[in-house]
Design a protein around this ligand. Structure first.
Ligand code: SAH
Length: 239
């Protein structure tokens, strides 16, 4: 699969954000997009079908997280909850090789694609995991609860629900970053009770050219009764 060349608009958006790429980064990002759009004809991985739109929305949107992740030390662990076809986790793993990424999704077909992409691109700092966030977040024995320096997530659910899936995976003092659109503020006000019960604080919202990044910080350990089962989370979001 030939890598897809970056569009001029992608390069100018990236320039505005001050992003600099190593020579191999753009090639690896282009190879990932080539694989994603080709597999998307068989498995539903993204609604975006055109290469131009894919560079400007999918890749660029993922890379807006770099600014917020840039203070993490080498070897820090990051988990992408609901990675789907590998977003934002794969572009971040390509451009931040000093960090260790776990790419989590509940759907086997999506994780099979992410594993394939990781192997094809030759990424050594990314690991695909098929599991449910609320299951690995509930048990300390599985090695994921309170194990991550940062949790990232894009297009998985509204904040009140997503917080219960993500905050338990962060270490105390760790960050939870949600890539959101214009609904960020409304979702945040609805999630105040959930954040209180999860011992997480809203510490900032960054406006980017493609949306908003909501930044939470985990202040204290997650209460033992959280997260609940998927059915309970859906039926009765924390308030
Ligand atoms: N982040 C990707 C995919 C968004 S679609 C992107 O931006 O394109 C949402 C994904 O979250 C789906 O692939 C779904 O399987 C996954 N998902 C939803 N709930 C989940 C859960 N509780 N645990 C793990 N994955 C979940």
């Amino acid at each position: 699969m030939a890598p897809l060349a970056p569009t001029p608009r992608f390069l100018s958006l990236a320039g505005e954000l001050g992003l600099e790429f190593d020579s191999g980064d753009l090639d690896q990002l282009g190879r990932f997009l080539g694989l994603l759009l080709a597999s998307n004809k068989r498995v539903n991985l993204t609604a975006v079908r055109e290469p131009e739109a894919a560079w400007e929305t999918l890749i660029f949107d993922a890379l807006t997280l770099i600014a917020v992740l840039s203070d993490l030390p080498p070897g820090a662990r990051v988990i992408d909850v609901g990675t789907g076809g590998g977003l934002p986790g794969v572009p971040l793993a390509i451009t931040m090789p000093h960090l260790d990424f776990t790419l989590l999704d509940a759907t086997g077909k999506k994780i099979a694609f992410v594993e394939h992409a990781i192997a094809e691109i030759g990424l050594r700092n990314a690991h695909a995991l098929r599991h449910r966030a609320e299951v690995i977040g509930a048990s300390g024995k599985l090695g994921h609860r309170a194990a991550y320096d940062a949790v990232v997530s894009r297009a998985v659910g509204r904040i009140a629900v997503l917080a219960e899936l993500t905050v338990p995976l962060a270490k105390v003092g760790g960050l939870v970053l949600m890539v959101k659109g214009q609904r960020a503020d409304a979702e945040l006000s609805e999630a105040q009770g959930a954040l209180r019960q999860l011992h997480a604080a809203h510490v900032g919202t960054v406006t980017t050219p493609t949306g908003r990044i909501v930044i939470l910080e985990k202040r204290r350990p997650t209460p033992g009764k959280l997260p609940r089962t998927a059915a309970e989370i859906k039926k009765n979001p924390l308030r």
